[in-house]
Design a protein around this ligand. Structure first.
Ligand code: ZN
Length: 491
């Protein structure tokens, strides 16, 4: 049985609740995974790092967790309400490859970034394309319940009819009328009966490659149905935790509840958990704002907003210093402070191994360990946990300096506590945070690019071309962009 009583914030009830799983010690947890049509962005990474932390802590206190995180590899249109083109088809056309090549490329890239962040793989990672039958079956069930209709080969969920007996806006705490007011009439959506209706199955145009046969003709599943179908398949009609970024509450998760409820007549999820968004220097991170750097850009420092690169563990440590329900603000100063903090923590872990026990302890180690658990029991509060671990760092350094003492029994306890929380729960690992080498390379590259710029300004193209070609030989490519010159080292 679990050794701790956890309280967590439930988006559905808008309050903290005592966590009590349906079938302890088992916990079923579903998290909406990435749509693999592009490089994973940092907001997604934060969500997955947060649920990795949650999963790790549940396991740490004795739960047996089945963690399902899907890969969306079909059916995701540009707009959350099924408007615009297919994200995969569009990217495939742009890169002149098959849509499944896009899926493969960005799935591999996503897993690599997750590995660099030292997150554990989920128990099951199902794909939308691998569960077309289940999605068709679920769509049929919703039609049988009279809550969906076919129109020209596309099947829509009838939100207004569903709302006669159910509360459609239950998760976002909004009334149907408010939601209707907030939705505009969209062009090319003439087949829908109601403005809030969303597609369960979408008719494929003749040129669409990723399509499957269905009772309604050739098509592909809508984005929302995949999560309902796959969570039901692997976790049952009702399960414990469903998570994702808070941007999914209003549409995707709202629709998931409606779909599952239409089939099973019961609430599909006991606890809904959502992570907050990212900002950069106080401005919301987004591609359009030009401040959306990617994980690899953050690791290499190759972005105009970054002073330098930061090791994945320093970035993870930085993220864990903010609670998952608060906005997380990136700045060079904050990242550099985290880098130092992470190094101090890791140095203390090493010092801990060298400490010699005394007759008795001068600090209350048991109380310190209990406070670490209290922090995590309070809605997985990692910043408070880290604050307590840094109290431990002070004690460790004082003992090492001969200013404090620790008993043999307390030393064992402190070691277990530190290792358990730092490595098993927070999922950190030792890693060089600043490599002198990286700094040297960055400085040299800045110098080379400056010489090349000067040569170009003087129309000395033989020098500028020579620099570019020589760099290309060492697999460094230079790109001239609107913001200036950037460089990348190919792998
Ligand atoms: Zn989902």
């Amino acid at each position: 049985m679990a050794t701790q009583q956890i309280e967590l914030y439930n988006t559905l009830t808008r309050k903290k609740e005592k966590f009590s799983p349906l079938n302890p010690p088992f916990v079923g947890m579903y998290v909406c995974g990435p749509t693999v049509y592009d490089d994973v962005h940092l907001g997604n990474c934060r969500t997955f790092i947060s649920f990795d932390l949650i999963c790790r802590y549940l396991v740490h206190v004795g739960y047996k967790v089945r963690y399902v995180r899907n890969i969306t590899d079909a059916g995701h249109l540009e707009g959350d309400r099924d408007e615009g083109g297919d994200k995969f088809a569009k990217k495939a056309k742009l890169e002149q490859v098959e849509p499944m090549e896009i899926v493969q490329k960005y799935t591999v890239g996503f897993r690599e970034v997750m590995r660099m962040f030292n997150t554990k793989a989920p128990s099951i990672e199902p794909t939308a394309t691998g569960h077309i039958c289940e999605q068709i079956e679920m769509t049929k069930q919703i039609m049988d319940a009279g809550l969906a209709y076919e129109s020209n080969g596309t099947v829509y969920f009838n939100v207004e009819k569903y709302s006669q007996k159910n509360n459609y806006g239950i998760l976002s705490n909004r009334k149907l009328e408010e939601l209707l007011e907030g939705t505009r009439e969209l062009e090319g959506q003439g087949d829908k009966k109601g403005r809030l209706d969303f597609a369960l199955w979408i008719k494929a145009k003749p040129e669409h490659i990723m399509r499957w046969p269905s009772p309604w003709g050739w098509g592909f599943p809508g984005w929302h149905i995949e999560c309902s179908a796959m969570s039901t398949k692997y976790l049952g009609a009702t399960f414990d935790i469903h998570g994702g970024g808070m941007d999914l509450i209003a549409t995707h998760h709202t629709n998931e509840i409606a779909q599952s409820q239409a089939c099973s007549q019961g609430e599909p999820v006991k606890y809904w958990m959502h992570t907050n968004m990212l900002t950069v220097n106080g401005v919301r991170m987004s591609k359009s704002a030009g401040n959306g750097f990617l994980p690899l850009e953050l690791f290499t420092g190759n972005h105009k907003l970054l002073d330098k690169g930061y090791a994945p563990m320093a970035v993870k440590f930085f993220m864990l210093q903010t609670h998952y329900r608060s906005t997380l603000d990136f700045s060079n100063e904050a990242l550099q402070a985290s880098e130092k903090g992470f190094e101090r923590l890791m140095n203390a872990v090493n010092t801990l191994e060298k400490l010699k026990p005394s007759e008795k302890s001068s600090s209350d180690i048991k109380a310190l360990c209990a406070k670490c658990y209290d922090a995590m029991n309070d809605d997985f509060n990692s910043p408070i946990l880290l604050a307590h671990l840094f109290e431990g760092v002070k004690i460790i350094n004082s003992i090492n300096d001969g200013k404090e003492m620790i008993s043999k029994e307390d030393l064992e306890l402190l070691k277990n506590n530190f290792h358990g929380f730092i490595f098993d729960v927070l999922g950190l690992k030792e890693e060089k945070t600043t490599s002198n080498n990286d700094e040297l390379v960055n400085n040299l590259m800045a110098l080379i690019l400056e010489i090349r710029n000067e040569a170009k300004a003087k129309k000395d193209f033989s020098t500028s071309d020579k620099l570019r070609d020589s760099l290309a030989k060492t697999k460094i490519s230079i790109k001239d962009t609107k913001e200036g010159v950037t460089w990348v080292k190919e792998k």
